[in-house]
Write a protein that binds this ligand. Sequence first.
Ligand SMILES: C[S@@+](CC[C@H](N)C(=O)[O-])C[C@H]1O[C@@H](n2cnc3c(N)ncnc32)[C@H](O)[C@@H]1O
Length: 214
Amino acid sequence: MTPRGQHRHRPARPSWATYRRSIGDRSGLFAALARDWAPARALYPGSYLDASPSTAIPSVTYLDTDRRAARYFADHELVATELEGRTRPGAGADIQFLHADYTTPLDLPRGGFDLLISLYAGPAWDHCRPYLTRGGLFLANTSHGDASLAALDPRLELVHAVLHDEDEYRLDSTALESHLIPKSPEAADPDLIRSTGRGVTYTRTAFAYVFRLT
Ligand SMILES: C[S@@+](CC[C@H](N)C(=O)[O-])C[C@H]1O[C@@H](n2cnc3c(N)ncnc32)[C@H](O)[C@@H]1O
């Protein structure tokens, strides 16, 4: 029981708004991608509570094994409220959530997405590549090795390095050959990356990379 006059502090329910306090707002990143490439359908395995793609992309399928993510995305009213006033025209029209493990076969159309997002979520490229259409984009960072595996995949070409400062994101397309140069060449080994679950350290750093499936 709470003594009279005192309010029991109830922690805010996990949502994109609470999660933004730790990861920041990535809306600027997806706005830049939308401006340059206009992706229509994105797949975001290991999204947790990061709803920022829906501020810029019309249809996004979020996917996670986490119960808190499932509960958040099931609350359509809360998601809509949190996106209100933050979306680009046409964005956020279709928001799906799959409470699933992306390493298992998913009930999703092969080639059904023109953007695949992998941020801090493990080896999504190995498992979710079939869902990306030809010419589609793969946004990944190096944290669990996904961008490093992508850099070694001949089906992908690097089209941007994503640079950021706080909540400001920029897609850099200049001197792309200067990105993804390993500090130690022997680290750029797919088997090693997969077995350690760690990305390669590059001579230049970036928040993430955008590749295109050729
Ligand atoms: C560190 S969080 C990153 C969340 C978000 N992508 C971000 O950038 O802030 C990793 C998320 O990936 C999810 N995840 C890891 N492996 C997964 C798998 N095999 N299938 C589905 N979700 C997975 C975890 O449940 C967790 O929510």
